[in-house]
Every structure is written in C-alpha cells, then in structure tokens.
Ligand binder design. Structure first.
Ligand SMILES: [Fe+2]
Length: 435
C-alpha cells in the first residue's frame, strides 16, 4: 500500500466502515439498540457513539487540531473506564443523539482529510490515523455482528449464503520446510504497533492443516467422547469445561436427527464441510490433542501464511500483495458464516495452505507478547497493556472482519475461554527436531 494511499482511498474505507455500522444499528429498533443482549457485549448504541468518540479524539482533535465536539462524553465512551457489563447503566446518548453525534464528527473529519498532507506528524504519515480509525470502526462492526448473533428473536440481517466447494477436498496437511522467515512488518503503512517490527525467526520442519478444522471433524471429536475425557484437555481447560458445562460449540444443539446450530436467528443442521466456529481456545486445544496434533504457534501460522520460499520474502497476504476480493477470501460480512473448505483455492498461500484469511479467526498456542523493537504507538492502551496477560493470539480474521482490518501480520487476542467471537482453528504437528 506504500505510496498508493490517496485521499480517495481513505474516503472509501471510512465510508465503507460507516455503511457497515449504520446497517448493523439501523436494522433493529431503539429498544434493541439500548438493550444488553449479553453481559459479554455492550449495548449497540454504546458501540455506535464510541466509534464516533474515538474518531473525534484522533481525527478531529489530534490530527485536525480542531475544537472538541463533545468533550463531556469522553469518559462515558472510554472502553477502559467501564466494563461491557456495566455500560447499560451509564447515562449514554440515546440512539437519535448517537446518530447525530457520529454524523457531526464525520462531517468534521471530511474537512480534516481535505486539509491533511499525510505527512505533517507521525500520526498523519500515509494517513495512518485515518486507517487506524477505519480499522477501529470495522473492529466494532465485527463486535456488533457478534452481538447480533447473541440477540434472540428473528434475524435482523440478510446476507447471501457462503460458497461451498463442488466437492469436499481432502483434509490433508502441508509441510513447511525448516528455515528462516521474516515475521511482522516495517512497511505496511496501516499496520498497528503490535505487528511491528519485521524480524527474522528460524523454524524447524512442521506440518499444518491445509484447511481450518471442519464441523464434520469436530463432530467426530464430540462423538468419540471428546468432552468427557479429561486426558485430552489441559488442566485449566478441563476445569473450565466442567465449570461452564461445555459439551459442544456455542449455539449448537443436539436432537435425534443430529447436530443443529443457530446462526443469526436461523436454526439449521450443522454443515459438515464448513469450518467450526464459536469454540474456545480450550476446546481447540482438546480437539488437537484428540487428533494427535497441537495448535500452531503464532510464528508457524504466519510462516505458513506469508512466507514465499522461492522469492525468500514474506507476502502481505497468503495469495500475494494485492488486497482481498471476493475470490480470495470470505471477509467483510458478505456472507454471514464461514465458507465450505476448498471454496477459495485462489487464496492459497505460497505453501498451499488455504482459507487462512477470512472465514474464522484461528486460535494459536501463543500468548500475546511484543515483537523485538516494539514501540507503543499511538497509545499504550492499544496493545501494550495487554501483553503478557491471560490471552491467546488469534490470526487471520473471520467472515465478520473487513479487509481493512485484516492482513497476514494482523494479531488479535482474547481470553482462552471466549467463544462468542467468530473463532475456529487448524492444527499443526512437529515433524522433526525438538517439539
Ligand atoms: Fe474501541
């Protein structure tokens, strides 16, 4: 993207983000907007005004140097000051006020963009702050989509069904040869601080699944007693399995005809060829152990996704350096669910690993830590305060992630018990050398 960032491109990503958050908030009535659909989530109206507040802080006030629009609400919409579960009790802007607020802020942002030189300050180089804010809004759009999945009642969203391959492909592994690999980035203009800096890592041979683990494979694990065999689970994982009474992925139900799941208000049989979604890290870890494998480390995932051994360089995306489109990956809430495995052969990495970007976030076995040379930018609360916590890194984005908020270097993190997110996984295996 270096050198190609134009004001038109910035305008397009900001408009796309707003179109998405408008769709997700206009499709339900005011009562639903202010309701809390799950203690894990904010009311949708909080997300909406928070999106506007972050945009005001960074673009209107910081980059633009303009007067505040509503400095009186900064505290209300500071994600670090109020837990998600406490947000419905706050004196929030009502839906009409929130909509008016985000509109006013956006109007000022167009003036700031017009006046910007994309280089006056570090925040402004290559339109970084605009890119960060577009990513922020799209990240909340994914969170709002997860809220829609948790709400009860008839679906409020429509989408075209996700593609399925004509024939179920072989669910095999790909070998990634030993050698050095460049992880992270120095030159991706809108990469966030935790994706930097580029650094060389040496890995021994390993094998990684060509596709994310499917529902069909996960059903085999369940039917082989996977949820009742403590030896397959880590100590913390088993304790959580028992306490939370886990017996299947979130939103799954079983009856005499088999497994069903509820997706955005619609009940349907679980499709065997699609990646499993809504599993916690602990469930992914237990499945991998049952399969005689393990979860990939974050480094392994990124090497399988980005390393091109022929050219000796790391790509921006598995398929190359061009941005995602509908033939390469299932992103952007185009389809409200993962696609069947084998649906995106054009999106394969140089090594031949498929569906790494889009479909489901993939749990890795790695905790969230800084790369060598890490520098918090533009604020510590984006990444630094989370380093070393009780988190596992997830990679690759989901069907709910927008392409602006996902690339080969992008890192997400969450608690190992979480599964309201669009999380799945694939397995890996050590081939030689030390485990
Ligand atoms: Fe946020």
């Amino acid at each position: 993207m270096t050198g190609e960032i134009t004001k038109e491109a910035v305008e397009a990503v900001l408009l796309r983000a707003r179109e998405r958050s408008t769709l997700l908030t206009d499709c339900v009535d005011d009562t639903e907007l202010i309701a809390q659909h799950s203690p894990l989530m904010s009311p949708l109206v909080w997300d909406l005004a928070h999106i506007g507040n972050q945009e005001e802080l960074w673009l209107v006030r910081d980059v633009g140097g303009r007067d505040p629009v509503r400095s009186d609400i900064d505290e209300l919409y500071d994600a670090f000051k109020h837990s998600r579960s406490s947000r419905p009790t706050l004196p929030l802007l009502n839906p009409a006020e929130a909509r008016e607020y985000v509109r006013t802020v956006r109007g000022k942002v167009w003036d700031v963009l017009e006046a910007s030189t994309f280089g006056r300050t570090e925040l402004d180089v290559d339109g970084f702050a605009f890119g960060m804010i577009a990513q922020h809004e799209q990240q909340h759009a994914e969170t709002m989509l997860a809220t829609h999945q948790l709400r009860s009642g008839p679906t409020a969203l429509v989408a075209t069904p996700a593609p399925q391959a004509a024939r179920m492909p072989e669910l095999d592994e790909v070998t990634i040869a030993a050698g050095p690999f460049v992880m992270g980035t120095d030159d991706e203009p809108w990469a966030l601080d935790n994706e930097r800096t580029a650094h060389q890592v040496y890995l021994t041979d390993f094998a990684i699944d060509r596709f994310p683990v499917t529902n069909g494979q996960f059903v085999e694990f369940i039917e082989d007693g996977g949820y009742s065999r403590p030896e397959l689970w880590s100590r913390d994982g088993w304790r959580h399995r028992v306490d939370a009474k886990l017996r299947a992925p979130l939103f799954w139900e079983h009856d005499s005809s088999g497994w069903w799941h509820e997706t955005f208000g619609v009940e349907a049989p679980v499709p065997p060829d699609k990646p499993v979604v809504h599993v916690s890290y602990y469930e992914a870890e237990a499945y991998a152990s049952w399969a005689g494998k393990r979860l990939p480390t974050e480094v392994e995932w990124e090497k399988a996704a980005r390393w091109d051994s022929e050219s000796g360089r790391s790509r921006r995306f598995p398929w190359g350096d061009v941005s995602a489109d509908e033939n390469l990956a299932n992103l952007g809430q185009r389809h409200l669910g993962p696609a069947g495995v084998g649906s995106y052969p054009a999106g394969a990495s140089a090594a031949g690993v498929e569906q790494l970007i889009g479909d489901v976030w993939e749990w890795t076995s790695s905790g969230f830590h800084p790369y060598p040379g890490f520098r918090a930018f533009p604020y510590r609360e984006y990444s630094e305060v989370f380093f070393g916590g009780d988190y596992k890194v997830l990679r690759g984005g989901s069907f709910g992630t927008d392409s602006v908020a996902c690339r080969g270097t992008f890192r997400n993190w969450d608690h190992p018990i979480r599964r309201q997110i669009f999380s799945g996984f694939r397995c890996a295996r050590t081939i030689s050398g030390r485990p």
